[in-house]
Design a protein around this ligand. Structure first.
Ligand SMILES: CCCCCCCCCCCCCCCCCCCC(=O)SCCNC(=O)CCNC(=O)[C@H](O)C(C)(C)COP(=O)(O)OP(=O)(O)OC[C@H]1O[C@@H](n2cnc3c(N)ncnc32)[C@H](O)[C@@H]1OP(=O)(O)O
Ligand code: ATP
Ligand code: AKG
Ligand code: FE2
Ligand code: MG
Length: 339
């Protein structure tokens, strides 16, 4: 990518996000003028034609691999998700298939069900009616459809309750691409919706992204060599160097980021005393298909996940990632045509 193209893109990202870094960069004029995209017919690869996104929003996602929609989820809904999350932590409800993860810094201590502050995140809430409402909100699906098309499956769900860092920096999530975990294609029909349940910025371990990286390949992932420990399955891109290109996204409660599964992203440690909360779902098109990850860079995560699942659930070794995903995918709109 040329220097001026990179500069223009960074400025577009910052203008869109706001915040102090944005103001500082935008204070300097760009020397090159606007790209030819304005005068030629558009070729879109990452978004679909359905008149929901403005041309500017489409171009932003195509170019950067993410898009922020402000104030998309209501405070009333977020309060309901928060209440249900607390009930799950207190073990008042136990939805089937739901997985509770504690931060590795406290993974060996006794679980105290009265204390939701022991939970780093919950995953696979597809059987919890109250939380799963998130994945069916019409205001959310309206945007999801711009990336997936009309037949929509919810594939992977999470509430992340990032704890104050213990001092070991284990609350960080290394820079990664979500596609590493996914054995379904086509890639461009997968999207993550990630909604802030409160004000989120760099200080409380908000999302940081490397704009434009969705245009590159899936890179090899493995555990980072961190002295203070790494959470289970938190693989990161090996030998990542381009730290200067990171953009920290600042969000208010209800703001939602939609991002591409190849976009390199992560989150820093939470330097506040609060538990930073977000709710998310990965969606894909039901017309998609599964791939065999044997012989690819994704083989290591399949092996690890299979190990955890066959041990924890006493299943036999013939189970594949495809079986697991097929089992937990849920239709949220249209028809379940294939996956
Ligand atoms: C996917 C989109 C992008 C995502 C990126 C995010 C990355 C992270 C995870 C991604 C997961 C992808 C999942 C794909 C899912 C496919 C579909 C699965 C279908 C299912 O429903 S399977 C359901 C189970 N789900 C999982 O297995 C997911 C991961 N599992 C966990 O996180 C579990 O909490 C855990 C830790 C494996 C076991 O939990 P539990 O049995 O409750 O824990 P114990 O206290 O008994 O501890 C057991 C053992 O683990 C150690 N431990 C606990 N927590 C951690 C931790 N945070 N980090 C490292 N190690 C941990 C604990 O110390 C114990 O160790 P021992 O040595 O004492 O045995
Ligand atoms: N030294 C590092 N080595 C590996 N990954 C890092 C390093 N520093 C930051 N990252 C990764 O970059 C992303 C964002 O980190 P960020 O710099 O915001 O957080 P932090 O280093 O915890 O806090 P801060 O730099 O604000 O004190 C995370 O994915 C984090 O894992
Ligand atoms: O909320 C976060 O810290 C980021 C989580 C994330 O990227 C993931 O789980 O894939
Ligand atoms: Fe991720
Ligand atoms: Mg840092």
């Amino acid at each position: 990518m040329s220097q001026s193209h990179a500069a223009t893109r960074l400025r577009t990202v910052l203008a869109h996000l706001g915040g102090p870094r944005a103001k500082a960069v935008l204070a300097h004029p760009i020397s090159k003028s606007i790209s030819s995209a304005n005068v030629h017919p558009q070729q879109f690869q990452y978004t679909l034609d359905n008149n929901v996104l403005s041309l500017e929003q489409r171009k932003f996602y195509e170019e950067n691999g993410f898009l922020v929609i402000k104030n998309l989820v209501s405070s009333a809904d977020i309060q309901r998700f928060q209440n249900e999350f607390e009930k799950i932590c207190r073990q008042e409800v136990k939805p089937p298939g739901l997985n509770i993860m504690r931060d590795v810094a406290i993974s060996k201590s006794e679980y105290d069900p009265r204390n939701e502050n022991m939970v780093y995140k919950i995953q696979h809430f597809q059987e919890d009616k109250e939380l799963f409402r998130y994945c069916t909100l019409p205001e959310l699906l309206k945007y999801v459809e711009c990336f997936t098309g009309p037949n929509i499956l919810a594939m992977h769900t999470m509430v992340i309750n990032k704890p104050p860092d213990s001092g070991k920096k284990s609350s960080r999530h290394p820079l990664h691409q979500d596609l590493h975990y996914f054995p379904f294609r086509p890639i461009d029909r997968i999207v993550c919706a990630w909604t802030a349940m409160e004000h989120i910025d760099r200080n409380n371990g908000g999302l940081c992204v490397i704009p434009g990286t969705h245009k590159g390949p899936l890179q090899p992932h493995d555990y980072p060599q961190w002295e203070g420990g790494v959470n289970i399955m938190f693989h990161g891109i090996q030998n990542f160097k381009d730290y200067d290109a990171r953009v920290h996204i600042e969000l208010e409660k209800g703001d939602t980021v939609f991002f591409h599964p190849l976009l390199i992203h992560g989150s820093g440690r939470n330097q506040t005393k609060g538990f930073r909360k977000a709710i998310s779902c990965h969606f894909t098109c039901a017309d998609s298909y599964y791939i065999d990850v044997k012989g690819t860079t994704q083989e290591n995560i399949e092996k690890e996940l299979k190990g955890i699942i066959t041990e924890g659930y006493e299943l036999d070794d013939s189970i594949t990632l495809k079986d697991i995903w097929k089992f937990q995918a849920r239709l949220v709109k249209g028809e379940r045509t294939n996956l």
